[in-house]
Design a protein around this ligand. Sequence first.
Ligand SMILES: Cc1cc2nc3c(=O)[nH]c(=O)nc-3n(C[C@H](O)[C@H](O)[C@H](O)COP(=O)(O)O)c2cc1C
Length: 309
Amino acid sequence: MKKVLVVYYSQTGQAKEIADSVINPLKSEFEITFEKLKSKEPYPFPWKGMSFFQVLPESVKEIPCEFEPFGFDPDKNFDLIILAFQVWYLSPSIPISSFLQTQEAKKVVQGKPVITIQGNRNMWVMSQERIKKRIYDLGGNLVGNIVLTDKNPNLVSVITITRWMMKGKKHGDGLYGKLFPPAGISEKDIIKSEKLGKVILDSFRENDLSGLQKRLVDMGAVKINPVLASIEKRGLKIFNIWANLILKKGSYGDKKRERRLKFFKYYLFAVIYLISPIVSLLFYIFFAINPRYKNKLVEYYSSNAIKFN
Ligand SMILES: Cc1cc2nc3c(=O)[nH]c(=O)nc-3n(C[C@H](O)[C@H](O)[C@H](O)COP(=O)(O)O)c2cc1C
C-alpha cells in the first residue's frame, strides 16, 4: 500500500472536512496518516477582542510558532504529502507556514509529491505563491492544488466570516439569519470535492502525476478571479508595511501592539468597504481591455509554476 501523510490545521474543522472529502477515494489504496498541527500556544477560536488582529504581523511575515511534538515519523518514506490549511491575512496561516519551516517538514517533503488543499474565504492567491515557493525550497514537487472558497458576494462573506470567527457560529439567528447566508464554504461544495480525490487516485494508478494539476483545474478545483488576485497583490504590500509597524511595538500577544492594531482594524474595514469596490471596478475595466494579459494571469495562478513570464 502506498503511504500518505496528511498534515492539517483547522479551527472550525472546515479545512479538515474538505481534506476528508478529497481523501475519501484514496482510502482503499493508501495507508493514511493524519497529523493535526498543534501550536504550543493555541490560537483562540472563537477569536476574542483584538486576538484576531494580533496574528497579522506573524502571518504576513511568516514568523514561526512552536509546536507540540509531532505524532508522525519524519523518517518514514511517504509516497504523497497532503497539506490542508487556510489563509490568514493574504498569507499562509501561521501553523502551516511554521510547519514548512521545520526539519520534519524538510525530511518528509524532500523529493516527494505534494498536494495542497485549502478552505478560504476568497483571497488566497498570494498565500499560495509563498506556499509554492516553500515546497519548492524544501525540494518537494507540488503536483496539485485544490481550493474551495465561500461563493457569496465579497462584501457579504466579509460580514459572515468575521462574525463566524468572532462568535464561533456558522449560522445566524433572528433577522441576521434571514438576511445573511451561513458563513464559509457550502456543504454541497465540500461533498462535491470528493470527485477531485478520484482524479488524484487515477493519476497515481496511471503513475503519472505530471498532468494532475491540469486535470484538477479542468474540474474546477481552482478558480482564479483576476480582479481579486490583483487587489491581493497590492493589499499584501500594504499589510507588510503594517506588519513592520506593529512588530516595532513587540511580539505576538504584546499589549503594546494594541493601539497600532486598532488603527489597522479601522484601515482594514475602510479598505474593504470603501476603497476595494472602486479599485475592483478599475481592474474590471483594465482586464476587459487586456484579455490576453488576464488569461495569462489566470493560467499562471491556476498552475503550480513558480515564475510568471
Ligand atoms: C485571522 C484570520 C485571517 C483571515 N484572512 C483571510 C484572507 O486573507 N483571505 C481569505 O480568503 N480568508 C481569510 N480568512 C478565513 C480563513 O481562510 C478560513 O476560511 C477560516 O478561518 C476557516 O478556516 P478553518 O476553520 O479551517 O481554520 C481568515 C481567517 C482568520 C482567522
